[in-house]
Design a protein around this ligand. Structure first.
Ligand SMILES: [Zn+2]
Length: 79
């Protein structure tokens, strides 16, 4: 669920480190990535964003989408 990159990302807004095997990092990667950005702007589940979710999280992609939204809000709220 968590790793050193996740710990750093709690304190540093534009932390660029990710562990491919870490759930928290996958959520953060999507929350800061272009597919999610486009979906937010369209206010819709775009095909690109949905397939990115499914690639990263498989059958849990709907739950992961909620985590991605929460992570996006958290990062946005950071100074
Ligand atoms: Zn991590």
């Amino acid at each position: 669920m968590s790793c050193p990159d996740c710990t750093h990302a709690q304190a540093i807004k534009h932390w660029g480190g990710f562990h491919a095997s870490c759930h928290g990092c996958q959520v953060r990667a999507l929350a800061t990535g272009p597919a999610h950005h486009t979906a937010m702007q369209a206010n819709a589940m775009t095909p690109a964003y949905r397939s990115a979710l499914q690639r990263a999280f498989g059958e849990d992609w709907r739950a992961a989408h909620e985590e991605v939204k929460a992570e996006h809000e958290r990062i946005k709220g950071m100074a």
